[in-house]
Design a protein around this ligand. Sequence first.
Ligand code: AOS
Ligand code: ZN
Ligand code: ZN
Ligand code: ZN
Length: 403
Amino acid sequence: MTSDQTELFAALSRQRIETPSWGYGNSGTRFKTFAWPGAARTIHEKLDDAAEVQRLTGIAPSVALHIPWDEVEDYTALRRYAEGLGLSIGAINPNVFQNDRYRLGSVTSPDRQTREQALQHLLHCVDVMRQTGSRDLSLWFADGTNYAGQDDLRSRKHRMREALQQVHGALPDGARMLVEYKLFEPAFYATDLFDWGAAYAHCLAVGEKAQVLVDLGHHAPGVNIEQIVAFLLDEGRLGGFHFNARRYADDDLIVGSSNPFELFCIYAELVAAERSSDAQTRAAAEGVAYMIDQSHNIEPKVEAMLQSVLNCQEAYAKALLIDRDLLAEAQAAGDVLGAHRVLTDAFRTDVRPLLQGWREERGLPQDPIRAHRESGHQQRVAELRGTVAGGGGYPEEPVPTPV
Ligand code: AOS
Ligand code: ZN
Ligand code: ZN
Ligand code: ZN
């Protein structure tokens, strides 16, 4: 093996993709949830399925939880269960959007008691982080308004700031809060965290442990996401990703399925930062959490997750192949299309043989999807778990305890 290849394989072995517990269960749209045979019903079954993805890919050893969808009595036991499967607990995602009280918002609600209830849940999630050994609290708020004049926009900003400050203050050492933004939905007039600039401004104000989370589905059409990534990375405030694919809005489809060039360009920025001569930039790139945020509505859940992880691996492998010296040369010479071609050459490379070689070396199946299909996992879980019809959209939240 050449030293180039050794370096390439080492980088591929370091890659990590976190899978979300909610991607393994039945989910749907507001129109219908289709029950998939054997779809995971409990957090333990979700972890079992995540272990199958890790077994076949070798780069997906952590699982994000959604609280209270994945609420358990004993989080230390859950952590041990995950560890027994070779997994760790990843980001904790508080759910402050599925309660009747949150009609006007959670942390930005005009009602003080509602804000307090939301804050208590966020603090509970910080506690869950402690018990599960999770590093990241992943915050997404459905908060916003539907009509001009419905609420005072600056007051809502202040309420958001206050909640983020309180949560930041409660974070243990080494923990982080990732602040996710989204331009619209479910609020259609104004979303309180509407873009990366708003998230970034809050993060700067509340402190060092606050970082921005970029969900690929949360931008207006045509927005240059890789530029946002480069900017945040350079400012040391890129906390992580929610990977998925979109055509229209927040579609939550399989990452890289319709946007492979965009995904490649995003990874190109990250590889550039990983290889930067500046130690701070390298550290910023190392801290990034790569997470999938998808709902699989009509497709087999585990296979969809495998496909997602593999798409990220392919995009990363291609980004690793970019000839950085040649690129720098072309850029310095003002060779517009020459520089562009350095990127597209890497993008057009068929990296499948390279990845097969890497898998062989790691003792992984050459074709993880085929191996999964032949493993009988799907048939086994279908028999064991049955076909359990879900409700519409997201799983229902258990009845809340009043504050
Ligand atoms: C919602 O649009 C966001 O992407 C959130 O990250 C959300 O928590 C996730 O989709 C699971 O509900
Ligand atoms: Zn309609
Ligand atoms: Zn997301
Ligand atoms: Zn989303």
